[in-house]
Write a protein of this length. Structure first.
Length: 227
């Protein structure tokens, strides 16, 4: 039982490393080559996990091989447009100038009901509000609305709102995030001074602390303080 536990944990860590190397994507955003490798890694990892008689190396070597293959493929895809097109394909126009391309739907085996569902998910119940619908290489459908259906923007309303900015989470669950603190151009002494000004004795008493664009510190204390 202990051997099975150790084997499972080792394979789990190896598969997690493989997924991290493949990047932060959702399953629906994986390219065909990435999806194939993800499926193969899961299948290869399950064999030595289920059968303790199979040497662990029989699972590790194929997984490492697939990881290396993914890195190599990604590298050549990054450097070569032709390679990238061959592996991922091209985006396809499903709707052009407000008209559905029936031949393209048939070629992609993408029926009208699927198309209408994607439009509804994007918030377009009326197909006449859609100028272009593009099936991306990852499988998602991008919608470009007509001018009449396009939401009004700040530019359309001739407004001058303040620029968007990032809020830095410098304290989370009682722990100071030094990386976030550095990105906000602040140091540990500044944090302690601000906490003292707010009558907070220690960062451990803070559930959430953020710094906004103006350099102001927002603090929410714990409901139950740790001793």
């Amino acid at each position: 039982m202990l051997l099975l536990l150790i084997r499972t944990l080792l394979l789990y860590l190896l598969v997690m490393i493989a997924m991290r190397i493949m990047g932060k994507r959702q399953i629906g955003q994986l390219q065909p080559s990435e999806l194939v490798i993800a499926i193969m890694i899961s299948e290869v990892a399950s064999i030595p996990m289920q059968n303790t008689g199979t040497p662990l190396i029989s699972g590790i070597v194929p997984i490492l091989t697939l990881i290396i293959a993914e890195v190599v493929i990604s590298f050549f895809s990054l450097k070569s447009r032709r390679m990238r097109r061959m592996l991922t394909g091209y985006p396809s126009l499903l709707i052009k100038n407000g008209k559905i391309d029936e031949k393209e739907l048939e070629r992609l085996r993408f029926n009208v009901d699927d198309l209408l569902e994607e439009l509804r998910i994007s918030g377009y119940n009326d197909i006449t509000d859609v100028a272009y619908a593009i099936l991306e290489t990852g499988g998602s459908v991008s919608i470009i609305p007509t001018a009449q259906a396009r939401p009004a923007t700040v530019r359309d309303l001739s407004l001058n709102p303040p620029e968007q900015s990032i809020t830095y989470t410098v304290i989370s669950d009682g722990h100071i995030d030094m990386q976030e603190l550095s990105m906000a151009n602040r140091d540990i002494n500044w944090i302690h001074k601000q906490l003292n000004a707010n009558n907070v004795k220690s960062p451990k008493n803070v559930f959430l602390g953020t710094i906004d664009a103006n350099g102001n510190l927002f603090v929410q204390l714990r409901e139950r303080r740790k001793v």
